[in-house]
Structure formats: C-alpha cells, structure tokens
Design a protein around this ligand. Structure first.
Ligand code: EPZ
Length: 419
C-alpha cells in the first residue's frame, strides 16, 4: 500500500489546469451502450473510476481503445448484459449501465451497488422510474434483474433530484417510444454534458440542466466525438488549497459559472477571486473568516466540496456551522481532522467548527474520495508532516494530485506504507 506525506504551511502559488469531469465522463461512457458505432470521448480524466467504467464496458463485450485522456468505444459487439458485484462494489456509478442496457437490449442484470462510506445510497428512484417506462424489475440475490419489451415514454416525477437517477432515466428514455418527461430532475452541469453528448449522437433531449427534462425517443444513435466538460469539484479543491495555505492559485480550463456558490463563499471568507471566461484565481486573505455552509443539490453548495470546506473552516477566524443536507453519513473526515487538532462537534447533519490558530500534522486515514481531499488540504495547512493512508480513495477522482500540488509549491510525496 502507499501513503501520501505532506509537509504543511507552504503557500501554494501558480496555475493548475482542470481535468475533465469524472462525474460527466462516467454517464457519457455508460451511454455508449445505447449503440450507434464508434464514440471518441476526449478530455477524460486519468482517474480510477474512469478506468473501472472502461473495464466494465469491456466486460460487457464493447471494444474499448483508451489512449491516455481519450477513448474510442464501440458497443456493437456487446453480448453480456450483466454488471457483476465484484466490479459494481468498487464503483457505485456502475449502476449507470442499467438504463442504456435495458433501453437497447430489453434486459439488464446489475448488482445492487449497496451502501458506501457516505451513506445508504439507495437506487429506488432509478428503479421506480424505469418501471414507469414499462420495465419489470426483480431484486434477487443482491442483483437488479430488469426486463422490458420496448420502453414507452412517460412522465416521471422524482421524489428527490437524484443525479445518477436522472442520468439513468434520461439514457433509457432516449430509445423509448414517445415522450418522456423527468420532473424534479437533478440540475448538475454533468447532466447537461451528458445531454449534449446524447444530442450530438442524434438523441432528442431538451431541458437538461433544469428541473424539467423532456426526451423524445428515437430509434437509433450515430457515432460522434465529444470532449468532456472540466471538473468543477477538482477546480474547487485546488482553489480551497490556495486558501488554506495563504496562497494564490489559479485554475485554468475550468467553467467559473459552475462554481458560483463556492466563489461567493470564498469571497465571504475574505478571498480576492478573479475570473476570466475559462479560469478562476483565488488570492487568500491573511486570516480566513469563518462562515456557515449548507450543502444542497445543484445549484446549491456541492456536497462534494463539503469536506474540503470543512478543512478550511478548521483554520478560520471564528466558528462555522456546516450542514450536510444531501448524504446522511458524510462526516467521516471529522474524526481524522480532530486528530490534527481541529475543534469540531457533530450533531446529526450539522458540524460546528471552531477555528484554531493552526492544525498539526498527524498520521490519518482516508475513508472516501472527497474526505481524502479534505485531509490533503488539512495537511497542506498543518504544521509538520501529515501521513495519509488508503490513498486509493483519492485516485478514484483526482488526476495526478501530488504532481499538481507539487507544481504549486507543495511538499508532497508518495511512499510505501504498512497499511
Ligand atoms: C452523484 O451521486 C455523484 N456521483 C456524487 O459524487 C455526488 O456526491 C452526488 O451525485 C450528489 O451530488 C456521480 O455522479 C457518479 P444522488 P448519486 O442520487 O447520483 C438519495 C463523488 O465524490 N437517493 O444525487 O449517487 C441519496 O440517498 C461522488 O464524485 C435516493 O433516496 O447521488 C442521497 O441522499 C460521491 N434514492 C440523495 O438522493 C435514489 O434512488 C442524492 O443522491 C437515489 C438517490
């Protein structure tokens, strides 16, 4: 196993480029199962989850030719319709193959993803929506067995704006007969990116990015090439890294408009934030002002930046309240931050963070993708060395994070670890 060691309290300065968005790449790659010849997808992030999705597509029989940040996929050769537990358990987003497989082949067998470190993560809304489109769904031995002799367009009212649920239903509806309406749809930019990719292939999706999406079914899609949107969560992570180290960091090739809530919070905490059409630069204040944050579905403050924000609040002036409204278990990073000297009390979905003058480096353990990013930021702010184990969590969603941090002046190295 490996660990990452960070020697903190060095101001980060300079520019880093945003990679492609993992959470846009995953549904786009899964949607190639709708068929229609070669799809060339570029600006892919070199992260483990993308590799896992490509492995899954290969297991199903697709031809997958990846060359660093791009891949050419052809799913005309797909002959298996089963996404096995061993693979799905390593990446919940594998459930995104359910909708396209069902729409194209009338059948899909996908392992139930099960819970994870941040919560139960049910998929009931995915399944209820597919049933609305005419699928029969059985759950047995930990698997979803879905059948449909031709999906039919329907109106689907989502109880909660689920991101991958909206994506699964949008993909399934592309080949359904007639019109599908998804109401109370998730509005994340990644959903808009998926819709752009589908429409580029001849689908007919309108309203993606709003809470009301209309899909007119078509009979087939055609080949295309597409570049994945930049990763707003990676961008936000590096901007907060600049903040916690008293630095000056610019992220290029990003979409500032995807980060409005974050940049307004950073300004509120004293940062100077400069934006161009494709970059955001943050100059940290001498002392970070404490502030309150609540996470909500987009365009609210993203839950995927909550741990990173908490790391920043640990060294702010004053007391902050962070409320996690999206996932019930997303405070696993708190106990590790407390080991670094943070003063945090958790009461249900609220964490009260009393800013301390400084954190101290310590051996800590990552628990999930975004918690590990929060611990990295805390290590960058802390006095002394922080050793972070189980860094495989980080590699799922951050491309070459140590290199990018070193490029900004951080003292970060990867070394073998016993755990
Ligand atoms: C997506 O997960 C992202 N993953 C997550 O990013 C992100 O944190 C999350 O959306 C929220 O923004 C990908 O896009 C691959 P949800 P998803 O369904 O779709 C409840 C990361 O770090 N719900 O929008 O699984 C659910 O319990 C990952 O990159 C149901 O009740 O999230 C949660 O409370 C972590 N029933 C809420 O909805 C369902 O059928 C939002 O979950 C589905 C969801």
């Amino acid at each position: 196993m490996t660990q990452i060691t960070i020697t903190g309290r060095r101001p980060l300065r300079g520019q880093v480029r945003a990679a492609g968005a993992k959470n846009a790449a995953l549904p786009i790659l899964a949607s190639t199962l709708l068929g229609g010849g070669d799809c060339q997808v570029t600006n892919l992030p070199l992260v483990r989850d993308v590799a896992t999705m490509n492995t899954l597509l290969g297991l199903l029989g697709a031809t997958v030719k990846q060359d660093r940040n791009q891949v050419v996929i052809n799913t005309d050769t797909v002959q298996s319709l089963e996404a096995p537990y061993d693979l799905v358990k390593t990446m919940r987003a594998s459930v995104l193959v359910l909708g396209p497989l069902l729409a194209r082949f009338g059948e899909a067998v996908v392992s139930l993803p099960g819970g994870c470190a941040i919560g139960q993560r049910p998929v009931n809304l995915h399944l209820d929506g597919l049933k609305k489109l005419g699928a029969t769904i059985e759950l047995e031995h930990g698997y979803i067995r879905a059948h449909a002799s031709g999906l039919k367009g329907e109106r689907i009212d989502l109880e909660t704006p689920t991101v991958t649920g909206t994506e699964n239903l949008m993909m399934a509806a592309c080949l359904a007969k007639g019109t599908t309406i998804i109401n109370n749809a998730a509005m994340e930019p990644e959903i808009e990116d998926l819709a752009k990719f589908l429409n580029r292939r001849g689908a007919n999706v309108s309203g993606a990015g709003s809470s009301h999406i209309v899909i007119e079914g078509v009979t087939k899609l055609q080949e295309t090439e597409y570049s994945v949107m930049p990763d707003r969560i990676e961008t936000g992570t590096y901007l907060i890294a600049g903040m916690v180290t008293g630095g000056d960091v610019e992220v290029s090739d990003c979409i500032p408009g995807h980060l409005d809530l974050l940049t307004s919070k950073l300004r509120e905490s004293g940062a100077e934030v400069l934006e161009t059409p494709n970059s955001v630069r943050v100059k940290a204040p001498k002392r970070i002002q404490a502030l309150d944050v609540q996470t909500f579905p987009y365009p609210g403050f993203p839950t995927d930046l909550q741990a990173q924000m908490m790391a920043m609040m640990c060294v702010a002036d004053g007391t902050s309240v962070i409320t996690e409204n999206v996932f019930e278990g997303r405070f696993l990073h708190v106990s590790e931050l407390q080991r670094m000297g943070a003063s945090i009390t958790v009461d249900g979905s609220r964490a009260v963070v009393k800013g301390v003058s400084q954190l101290t480096g310590a051996p800590v353990m990552a628990s999930d993708l975004r918690a590990s990013a929060g611990l990295i930021l805390a290590g960058l702010a802390a006095e002394g060395d922080t050793h972070i184990t189980r860094v495989y969590h980080l590699e799922r969603g951050y491309e070459r994070m140590e290199d990018k941090l070193q490029g900004l002046g951080a003292l970060v190295k990867r070394e073998p670890s016993s755990v």
